[in-house]
Design a protein around this ligand. Sequence first.
Ligand code: MOS
Length: 757
Amino acid sequence: MPTITETATTSPIGQKTPRIDGPFKVSGTAMYASDFNFAGLLYAVPVEATIANGKIQKLDTSEAEKMPGVRAIFHRANIGKIFRSVLQPPSSGIADERRPPLADDVIRYYGQYIAVAVADTFEAAKAAADTVRATYTTEKPNVNLDLQPENEPEVVETTHGRLKRLQSERGDPDKAFASAQVKVDQTYVTPAETHNPIELQGTIAMWDGQMLTIYEESQGIFNLRSVLAQMFGLSKEDVRVITKFVGSGFGSKLWPWTHCALACAAARQLGKPVKLVLSRRMMFQSVGHRPRTQQRVRLGATNEGKLVSLMQDYLNDLDILGGYHENCGEATSYFYSVPNLRVHWGRTRRNIGSPTPMRGPGAVPGLFATESAMNELADQLKIDPVRLRELNEPKVDEGKGIPFSSRHYLECLQLGTERFGWANRNPEVGSMKRDGLILGWGVSGAAWISGRFPAQASVELRDDGSARVACGTQDIGTGTYTILAQLVSDKTGVPLNKIEVVLGDTSLPPGPISGGSLVTGSMVPAVFDAADNAITSLLTVATTESGSPFGNRTRDDLAFESGRVFAKADGPAKGVPFSDLLRHTNMRLVTGSGKSEGTLDEKKPKVSMHSYGCHFVEVTWQPATARLRVNRVVTVIDGGRIINPLAGRNQIEGAVVMGVGMALLEHTIYDPQNGAPINSNLADYLMSVNADAPLMEVHFLDYPDTDVNPLGARGIGEIGLAGVAAAITAATYHATGVRVRELPIRIEDLLTSSILA
Ligand code: MOS
């Protein structure tokens, strides 16, 4: 009786799997938020403040209002009520810029929105926005680069609630440092960096009575819903957020920004759908950036290279009203074994837009500082930097006093050493040469958090042999659509090309934010649970519904494998494809719901869950022209079980290329005169592009971390950026003799090199 149905014979878990959404993207049929169009759609363009510190004296909208096609110019007096929102613990209501747009006449950063023009076309709205005249009382903005801590109490409010500024402490680090045989005491600086996803941020907002629907390129649709519900005084059931595709975000789209509320408020006032898409310039002003950090790191060690003291005192700058904390100490307390340690932080306010997480927030600038200090210590001790790290490998997480779930950092270093050819290193500065170029070699470690957010999912098995999996998480370009299909295929035997994955809609089961490299790890148990429940439902149908060949069996007699239901006594060969079973019983589908809990809010975690890795970097230095190039990078990642090695390698390679940009190019410059980010375009804000990409070799250790989920999969979106810059500055020192402690490395820094032609 069984008809032949196409079923996957082997699980796609761990197989190089091309993205199932790839064809939609390359054919232009993938619908990004601002691609949607609706009858009567109007266009909004915000008006930006052209000062960074002061007050609006007068706003003249009269001329703009009279322009052709203009529907309205909204400002504080006519936008209608926009309420405040607050954090809703544990993980809702999050926003870095909390002030509702247009809430007062005070200007606190350049580009703050002071009005919004709405018209029948984008061009008319832009022309009207440009015609609005504002006069201000202006004070000199504070965008000083030298960071001094504000006089804040030891416990402060942050975006995510109250935090102690004394982040971690053990032993007596001051005393141990004072008496240490060898010391490093240096300050490292990372600049403001701006996320530059190719897709601009924007919102389409529309109202149907009390019901608000928005299309937005969000990395966290449920959080966005919770903020909008508060801002417009709605119950969350009355707000729907849709995000089908995201042209990347790097963190800038994690939390809501003010343009979204402006679009919603304008649509409410006019009773029409409104589309508001930011310009690239606005993307530098009002949707977050990685803040400037200044970190003093002190290391004390014995002559043999054993750490005795580690102190990290770090600062980040932030906006005037916000609570952003750049967690540079995230990896410090557990990465190396050291009996005496203190990590302490502070902040300092500036007339700039709010910072927000950017790929590897905290740990990426933090590890630049601490890994640079480790490299400097190795040079002082004349110990190989890999050896120094081996000498200080901890047995447990000494910050929390708990075991690691799965840590293979030393194996990363060993494999990297072999693959790179590190044994051939001559540590003397400027000593290694090839083809007329000086070679510089450097190494760094990497670490990033792991764990799970709470997640829910549903799985359907359908009578045509297809399956559907749904979750209100997002795919921000990282491969989430494909991973979910792989998980369902593994459980149900349905081939990937017959699995429909539905994401990005708050009407679906709640899913995690696309942040913290945590989606994959979070989704595994929820999708598995949902698939198991769908299969259970199928077996119930098999024993209870007329038309089933298993009508005389009990539920326990049956099993499911590779898409077939069979009697255990007869074996899978005599089984029936689930599609046949559904058709014979006149069922279109069976559904299962699944759920898994988060790990991040555990008060007393039993294990310390992180991913690890390392980078070995070769730079070339051409003294005659002062040309520095990152030539070759070998990266080894201990990221748990890798579900899709193709997308996984792609994540790490992308991160390494971004790390080259972090080390050599990226920095946002605020004009001290008017506070404007002056390189606010893709011509002047330099990022590494294909031509800057080094030869890259990526290796995964592939040790499952079953504390995270049954497959042992951790996320790998951010770990690849951690440490890259420290390895590049170490390699640069090795080639040039110039120690750069403030990023990015500039040609001017290198002109002091003694290794010049
Ligand atoms: Mo990432 S900075 O958590 O989007």
